[in-house]
Design a protein around this ligand. Structure first.
Ligand code: ADE
Ligand code: ZN
Length: 366
């Protein structure tokens, strides 16, 4: 009798402790989520074409008289079956065929700005891929006018500032990249830098050394994708650093395999724009351990969404997924946000304004 009473009391105490632990855990998770959602953030790695939502694909197809092979936006999402970079890119390029007119590009960019404004993103450096549109007969001016108008409206109406980065597609020729650099020259005041994206396999940075040299001469900043676990990634990263002399690297997670490379990246203060949820789709890992290692080494790692409409995660969802997986502290989360403002391509007074906004947020939240 005494024995069974003790067992019952023990079981009761155990379940109470477990419930309490669960409650504390849920409360902490909720607090961390709110902390991330309200934190001022900058996004430095997002492809505007990668923000094309399925509902928008449908609306544009209808307006522009384009037949789609899908019946509903959900059918589009169901077709998102990415296992690696090429399988993602195939769907990404096919969908953007609905973008034709200036207002299509305006809507694309403005809808993205609206989404991130609601997530307390206050600064963005979005990419666009002009070659993916001019190759379909869309004028360069149509693309850049639409995006630029959205940038102005986003700053005025939503308080989101932005600077645009023009990307070259690395699976096309350097001659085509040069042609597009020439096209952007009349719009140099609308572009902050150039990047390199698309399929990295057998398309090394050195293939584009001339166009990047010319871009630098025109005063543009330089960045390049070094996607995770790509063939020859170590060589590609050294070419970025030593031949192209980039200002930033997109992704760059594989740098952790080479101590000398990490040292060089730290020494030069080069930012790494990591995209956790994108990585989970393309290389089946959120790279949480890698991001923590970067922070520990003093590398300027940042969190970004890459192609949020496809990976179904904008900035907050990326931060929250990362925090949950890696149990990141508030200090680490703040450091990731601070890194983005520190490596952003803005002038020093503007950088200080952003950093002060983050510092006062941290002080209030402490
Ligand atoms: N273009 C759009 N998204 C990309 C990615 N994640 N990697 C390379 N090129 C891209
Ligand atoms: Zn990218």
């Amino acid at each position: 009798m005494i024995h069974s009473t003790i067992v019952l009391a023990w079981k009761f105490w155990l379940s109470l402790t477990l419930k309490l632990k669960k409650h504390v855990y849920n409360t902490e998770a909720k607090q961390m989520k709110t902390f991330i959602e309200k934190m001022p953030k900058a996004e430095l790695h997002v492809h505007l074409e990668g923000t094309l939502e399925p509902e928008h694909i449908f609306a544009l197809a209808q307006r522009n008289g384009i037949d789609l092979e899908y019946k509903t936006p959900q059918d589009v999402i169901d077709a998102y079956d990415f296992v690696d970079l090429p399988s993602f890119l195939k769907i990404y390029y096919a969908a953007m065929n609905v973008l034709r007119e200036e207002r299509d590009f305006y809507e694309l960019a403005y809808q993205y700005f609206e989404k991130v404004a609601a997530e307390n993103v206050i600064y963005v450096e979005p990419f666009f891929d002009p070659q993916a549109h001019t190759s379909r007969g869309v004028e360069f001016s149509t693309i850049i006018d639409g995006i630029h108008r959205a940038q102005i409206d986003a700053e005025t109406n939503l308080g989101v500032k932005s600077n645009l980065i023009m990307c070259f597609l690395r699976d096309l020729s350097e001659a085509s990249a040069i042609e597009h650099l020439d096209m952007c020259l009349p719009y140099l005041d609308r572009i902050i830098g150039v990047g390199l994206d698309s399929d990295e396999k057998d398309n090394p940075p050195s293939k584009f050394s001339e166009v990047f040299r010319r871009a630098r001469e025109h005063g543009l900043k330089l960045t390049m994708h070094c996607d995770v676990n790509q063939k020859d990634i170590g060589e590609h990263m050294w070419e970025c650093l030593n031949d192209i002399r980039v200002d930033r690297i997109d992704h760059g997670v594989n740098s952790l395999e080479d101590d000398a490379m990490c040292d060089e990246i730290v020494k030069r203060g080069i930012g790494l724009t990591v995209c956790p949820v994108s990585n989970r789709f393309v290389v089946q890992s959120l790279t949480a351990n890698e991001i923590r290692s970067m922070l520990q080494k003093g590398m300027k790692a940042t969190v970004n969404s890459d192609d949020p409409a496809y990976f179904r995660a904008y900035m907050n969802e990326n931060f929250i997924a990362l925090q949950e997986e890696g149990d990141f502290t508030k200090e680490e989360i703040l450091q990731l946000s601070r890194n983005a403002f520190e490596v952003a391509w803005v002038d020093e007074p503007q950088r200080q304004v952003f950093l002060q906004a983050l510092d006062s947020y941290a002080a209030d939240a402490a």
